[in-house]
Ligand binder design. Structure first.
Ligand code: H2U
Ligand code: ZN
Length: 351
């Protein structure tokens, strides 16, 4: 009986230093959840009531240009504003606060209301990657911005307010919690091993193969050994690059391609638009060099065993540690075995 396949165990996330409980024996129970073939609600290419469609009025009465392709604007309801005073409060280390200036942006991926990354042409996703890179460069260059977090909430289940394909960017003065943890872990690893944590991890996963979902010339998508969510994935560049700034032309194209390859598989998993929160982790823009930082994307999908059954991180997971039943290896196998043609595009092929 091998530990990883059959017995409850916990796995270390070396990027955060946190543990996740894996309960593989629970997957012995039959796959009861019906894989529902939820028919997609057909969305129009243009929706006159959408505040992100070209030419439409936004909630603050500003009108979008009649854009084609990518369109970025300052969030009309920003969580962070540049003018927050830098004042601090520290009462005995117990009541601690600091002003947090920041900038929030919204980036529409396409003028088409009905598309998603999984349904866009790779050449059009390339335009989106270029926009992310430019936003990251411009915001990161600001003196008061130390981190630029780009993220997409897709689907109502993940709290996306609008199906029009878009992402958000929050640029902050401070490093967010996850970045603090990942920076520390990558720095420690570099100091101890004189090598990059994620370069070494990727090499190991490429050798083993069992958690790899898909790959192209420059990127690999895999279910991390320590994944907490059933179908969580990471996308890693094979070259040691720390941020969008370091992408070469071929890497930009390959990144767009792997995003499409992965999101098509996600949609095909339950033959339904697959909800997730995804985002990019890159080196801080605090003017330090950060040689240990290895760029990557995280996808955190909330679904468990059908388009209708979601996993809740509650109970022990909220109070103790995250836990999962389907092993990361089984999750990777299921994603890997899916067709690479989107279910809505494959004629006479049920996948
Ligand atoms: P989400 O779908 O991830 O919530 O992103 C939509 C963002 O768009 C959200 O942050 C902003 C909201 O504040 N927004 C505008 O900036 N203008 C609008 O007219 C409506 C929504
Ligand atoms: Zn729209």
């Amino acid at each position: 009986m091998s530990l990883l396949d059959n017995a409850s165990h916990r796995r270390l996330n070396p990027l955060t230093g946190e543990w996740v409980i894996v309960s593989p024996h629970r997957t012995a129970r039959p796959w009861r959840g019906q894989e529902e073939d939820l028919s997609v609600v057909d969305r129009p290419a243009y929706d006159s009531t959408c505040y992100l469609c070209p030419g439409n009025q936004r909630a603050n009465a500003e009108r979008n240009p009649r854009y084609g392709g990518v369109f970025a604007f300052d969030n009309d309801f920003p969580a962070l504003t540049p003018d927050a005073p830098p004042d601090g409060l520290d009462d005995n280390g117990l009541l601690v606060a600091r002003g947090e200036p920041g900038i929030c942006r919204v980036v529409c991926f396409s003028e088409r209301h009905d598309l998603t990354l999984s349904r866009m042409q790779v050449c059009d996703i390339v335009r989106v990657v270029e926009a992310w890179r430019e936003e990251h460069r411009r915001l990161g260059a600001l003196e008061f911005i130390d981190y630029v977090q780009i993220f997409e909430n897709r689907g109502a289940m993940m709290g996306a307010s609008n199906p029009h394909p878009h992402c958000q960017i929050w640029a902050t003065r401070s490093l967010p919690n996850e970045i603090v943890k990942e920076t520390r872990s990558q720095n420690d690893y570099l100091t101890r091993k004189k090598s990059c944590l994620l370069c070494d991890y990727l090499a190991l996963e490429e050798k083993l193969g069992e958690r790899v979902v898909c790959r192209n010339d420059h990127f690999t998508a895999l279910v991390p050994f320590w994944a907490a969510w059933p179908f969580e994935t990471m996308v890693l560049p094979r070259r040691h690059i720390g941020a969008f700034d370091d992408f070469g032309g071929e890497e930009t194209y390959a990144f767009a391609e792997i995003l499409r390859l992965l999101t098509v598989r996600y949609d095909n998993l339950f033959k339904s638009p697959f909800p997730y929160s995804m985002g990019f982790h890159q080196r801080p823009t605090d003017r330090e060099r950060h040689p240990a930082w290895h760029f990557h994307a995280h996808f955190y999908p909330p679904l468990l065993r059908s388009a209708a059954v979601r996993k809740f991180m509650v109970g022990f997971e909220l109070l103790g540690s995250p836990q999962r039943d389907i092993t990361p290896e089984a999750g990777a196998r299921r994603l890997r075995d899916l067709p690479t043609t989107h279910y809505a595009e494959s004629v006479g092929d049920s996948g």
